[in-house]
Design a protein around this ligand. Structure first.
Ligand code: EPU
Length: 436
């Protein structure tokens, strides 16, 4: 199995081009199926999750074309299969998003039971509830969810129990072609959602994001193909930022809109990181002063993203004092700390809420708070770290870059699903990473 071998212990410097964000690219691909023409996604990343989504789209009858540089063209004129195949990776959140889209296009949808990275239960109850509110009839079997509609889907008024990213996307897909005007309350407003709303409106939809997390969706009769640019990955950019500060290096990330990192910069500065915006889409990250501990609480946008906490934790191992991370989005997202501890970090996981945010996990005994004591030098005497999930995977790469000695990283397919081949992509950095 392919591995990364990393020799760490030196500052990481240089430049890196950010990839198109997988968490928008894959959703934009699903949105393309709503049009009966061709949609072009510019800056589409050729990564595992996009390839898996390509397979699902092709199985439905869409025609895909990568012949233009960095552009994926999706011709959805002849959608004919309502059965979504089980993704090869076994864990991918896209099938459930196809439910509403295929319902519109074909009157029925059969999607497999999905999971995601191993970071919590990750149910799909909000998606199913929303589809029912729009008039879908859903039956659940061992193989998945079968949805049918009688006539056109009908607009509804639905309040999401929690501002779930995926369920907000499902509501958008269900609402744009439904009959009438829908009101969806308590929606997610992550930059990738804003981009999706913008793209759907460019396809002819009538979606308005109101203050107070409310969407007003006036259903239309049809949507048209469009061209749209995939935004840069703000999670990856934050990881390179944390690596620069952690190793006392200096990394410039290209192709990233600084506004998508708006609430990363404050905590990053508070720890001792430095930021210089070099152009509309170019940001330099470095260490401005000795790193010191802080308190982080993850939250839905505009809060501190849950996907930023793993790279941030690696940086915090180098900060003096006791840092606290209160994870309020996923109930079990600290398994990766064991690997940091194996490299010499001092960490402790708590089931108590170590923070002031109202948290769904209070009183449930979930290991969702962490304490990190620093600074601790990291060392690896030939350790092997097995990647549990995408974001933790990049944190392992960072920890290995920080640690003196050689570290082997296995199950790298989990990293490459979202970040592509890091050996090639980090050529502009002084990171000593090779294939094993
Ligand atoms: N939730 C439910 N029921 C639902 C849907 C969600 O209880 O029907 C809960 C989840 O269990 C979780 C919380 O709501 O506790 C938030 O989940 P959300 O639906 O927002 O997450 P998602 O849409 O499945 C996306 C990203 C994640 C990212 C989260 C939060 C994709 C493919 N994934 O997941 O990214 O952490 O939003 O921002 O867009 C990753 O890229 O590695 C990743 C995990």
């Amino acid at each position: 199995m392919p591995k990364y071998i990393i020799r760490g212990g030196r500052p990481v410097t240089g430049r890196i081009q950010s990839l198109g964000a997988k968490n928008f690219a894959t959703k934009a691909m699903v949105a393309a199926l709503l049009a009966d023409g061709t949609t072009r996604l510019i800056n589409a990343p050729r990564i595992g999750d996009v390839e898996i989504t390509c397979d699902m789209l092709e199985a439905s009858g869409a025609k895909l074309d990568w012949s233009m540089p960095s552009t994926l063209a999706i011709d959805a004129a002849n959608i004919r299969s309502a059965k979504v195949p089980v993704p090869d990776s076994g864990s991918n959140r896209i099938p459930i998003l196809l439910l509403g889209v295929l319902l519109h296009r074909l009157g029925e949808a059969h999607v497999p039971v999905v999971s995601g990275c191993n970071i919590g239960a990750r149910p799909v109850d909000f998606h199913l509830e929303a589809a029912k509110m729009f008039g879908a009839h859903i039956t659940v079997s061992d193989t998945g969810y079968h949805a049918v509609r009688k006539g056109r889907l009908k607009a509804c008024h639905y309040r999401l129990p929690y501002p779930s990213v995926g369920a907000t996307e499902s509501c958008l897909f269900l609402g744009v072609l439904a009959e009438g005007t829908s009101i969806i309350e308590n929606v997610a407003t992550e930059p990738e959602i804003i981009a999706l709303i913008t793209m759907l409106n460019a396809m002819g939809a009538r979606v308005q994001l109101m203050p107070n997390r409310e969407l007003i969706i006036q259903g239309v009769d049809r949507l048209y193909g469009t061209s749209f640019e995939v935004l840069g990955d703000r999670i990856e950019a934050a990881s390179w930022a944390a690596l620069a500060a952690a190793t006392d290096g200096d990394i410039t990330v290209e192709g990233i809109d600084p506004s998508t990192l708006i609430n990363f910069f404050g905590p990053f500065n508070a720890v001792g990181g430095g930021v210089e915006i070099e152009g509309a889409k170019s940001i330099r990250f470095f260490r401005r002063q000795p790193l010191k501990s802080t308190v982080i609480e993850t939250d839905v946008f505009p809060g501190f993203a849950t996907d930023w906490q793993q790279p941030f934790a690696v940086m915090l191992t180098q900060a003096s004092g006791a840092s606290i991370i209160h994870e309020t989005v996923y109930e079990r997202r600290f398994d990766y700390l064991a690997a940091l501890s194996a490299l010499g970090a001092r960490t402790q996981i708590e089931t108590h809420c170590l923070g002031s945010l109202e948290c769904r996990f209070r009183g449930h005994d979930f290991p969702h708070s962490a304490i990190i004591l620093g600074p601790t030098p990291l060392r690896s005497a030939g350790l092997t770290l097995d990647v549990p999930d995408l974001r933790a995977g990049l944190a392992y790469v960072m920890a290995a870059a920080l640690a003196e000695g050689e570290t082997t990283i296995t199950s790298i397919a989990r990293i490459e699903r979202g970040y592509g081949n890091l050996i090639e992509r980090t050529r502009g950095l002084s990171l000593a990473i090779g294939a094993g």
